[in-house]
Design a protein around this ligand. Structure first.
Ligand code: FAD
Length: 472
């Protein structure tokens, strides 16, 4: 009997537990399921889907070197997946399907239904742990509940990682070239997700060598400045690997190991840049564990139930201005242009634009969350939902509602010379470093750039009132 490795967001041959275990138990076929209608429902962006298709072509070649064919199935929705998997397994004499567990609610429902259908026909679906550092559900408080606060969660993760060091799975051995079907061709693009500029494809190459070089260059040249540089959007201060982690072109464990290897095997002491970077990997982990532990997060509900009562403004024109970089707040507009043009936005800016939308404009965080997903190359439900709920003060360990970022002060602090603003808003490039941040100044000096759509002071108070009203 043959084995199947069902690839999802784990498009790699190294440190892939499902692939490794499948090949250990028999002759293996790889499979990827294209489900464009489902991707549309999830707001998956064209840039992300394009990255998946490019990554699949790389994967097909890497698998071919191991004599593993990669087959492609196409179904509209995940509800069609179990039946399609069963038919495929029966047609190819498969008795075991291996996959790495995905922790989103819809993903788990899909897998549970597939498991039930396959097992009713004598086929085993085996889920492996390969998406996070630690299995969601394995890190709990003393009273067996999920952590809702990051710092103790991260401490518990670190203890666990120290006590039971992570194991990386090697690339599987080459299998015997035998009677397996040929690989399927991988389409260049899919309707609804086409037209991705080559500049984005070049910015996010998908071959192993380029990805490895990116991590190595960050960990050898830039990580020691990470603690401060990571806050400045004009600097190349972060690793820029989020799209790879989201698509599973690399695993979190590989990143963790790479960090330790340049820090004498330590993740808690030594280079401050490394320990801070590991903390960021643990933020990713935190949001994945929350998504697993609190299914309501996947049902458009806030983590803090009382915040469901916030009276968000149904301000479509303001939202449109935010989406189109016309708010008149330079750092916000520059950040949105970065996102829409490149598919990526710097973390500091994600916080600034999210806080501006949810506080100054008092617009529902779910609108911003969906907009981000439709544009991000690294769009990942858990991190995106977590980031939005953090900024909106509706989340687990979120910014307190009364601590509203002032986007102009943030801009002055983290883009002091306006380098980032100048790059994305060339119409303001002639302004001095002092003038460039301030919408009031701009209104006087720069014709053509919109006036601020909201007064920062009074809108801040309006947001605080909207939240404080919930307590009474
Ligand atoms: P680095 O600073 O080099 O960090 C390394 C890795 O750690 C990242 O690639 C990422 O996987 C993880 N990480 C870093 N910061 C965070 C964080 N705050 N939360 C969770 N994981 C983190 N990240 C996504 O991967 N996908 C998203 O859809 C996403 N949406 C976000 C939405 C909002 C409103 C906010 C505030 C943050 C969001 N983030 C998201 C987190 C963060 O902005 C990106 O992970 C980061 O900018 C990626 O850049 P990098 O790879 O250079 O990160």
């Amino acid at each position: 009997k043959n084995k199947l490795c069902w690839f999802r967001t784990d498009l790699r041959v190294h440190d892939n537990p499902a692939l490794f275990e499948a090949t250990e138990s028999g002759l293996t076929i790889g499979l990827f399921i294209v489900s464009a209608a489902q991707w549309q429902i999830h707001n998956d962006s064209p840039v992300k889907v394009d990255l998946w298709l490019r990554a699949l072509r790389e994967l097909e070649q890497a698998l071919a070197r191991l004599n593993i064919p990669l087959k492609i199935l196409t179904v509209p929705l995940w509800s069609d997946v179990p039946q399609a998997l069963l038919a495929f397994a029966q047609a190819h004499d498969i008795d075991e399907v291996h996959c790495n567990r995905e922790h989103g609610l819809n993903e788990r429902r899909r897998d549970r239904t597939a498991y039930q259908l396959l097992s009713a026909h004598g086929i085993n679906l085996l889920g492996h742990h390969g998406t996070t550092l630690l299995m969601p559900g394995s890190i709990k408080t003393g009273s067996d509940t999920y952590y809702k606060v990051f710092t103790p969660f991260a401490r518990a993760c670190r203890t666990q990682l120290r006590q039971a060091p992570l194991r990386l799975y090697p690339c599987p051995a080459k299998q015997q070239p035998k009677r397996l079907p040929a690989s399927d061709p991988i389409v260049e693009s899919i309707e609804g997700f086409a037209g991705v500029p080559t500049s984005i494809q070049q910015a996010w190459p998908v071959d192993d060598d380029a990805i490895e070089a990116r991590i190595e260059s960050f960990l050898t040249n830039r990580v020691s400045h990470y603690e401060t540089a990571r806050n400045y959007p004009a600097l190349d201060g972060t690793a820029k690997i989020s799209a790879y982690l989201a698509a599973g072109l690399i695993s979190a464990s590989q990143c963790f190991h790479a960090a330790l290897s340049v820090n004498g095997g330590e993740s808690e002491t030594g280079d401050k840049g490394i320990t801070t970077w590991v903390t960021e990997l643990l933020w990713r982990e935190f949001y994945q564990h929350l998504m697993f532990g609190f299914p309501e997060l996947s049902m458009h509900r806030p983590m803090r139930p009382e915040t469901a009562g916030v009276q968000w403004r149904n301000a479509t024109a303001d939202f449109q201005a935010w989406c189109e970089a016309r708010t008149g707040i330079p750092i916000v507009d520059a950040a949105i242009r970065q996102l829409v043009t490149t598919g990526w936005m710097h973390n500091r800016l994600r916080m600034i634009v999210a806080m501006f939308l949810t506080k100054n404009l008092l617009i529902d965080w779910r609108w911003g969350e969906a907009f981000f997903m439709r544009h991000l190359i690294d769009g990942e439900f858990a991190a995106n939902n977590g980031g939005w709920q953090w900024s909106a003060s509706t989340g687990a360990d979120s910014a307190p509602y009364f601590r509203v970022f002032n986007p102009v002060s943030q801009s002055e602090k983290f883009d002091p010379d306006g380098l980032f603003i100048r790059q994305w808003l060339p119409e303001l490039a002639h302004l001095t470093s002092k003038e460039i941040h301030d919408p009031g100044q701009l209104a006087r000096t720069s014709a053509g750039y919109p006036l601020a759509i909201v007064d920062l002071k009074s809108s801040r108070l309006r947001a605080i009132e909207a939240f404080s009203a919930l307590k009474t």
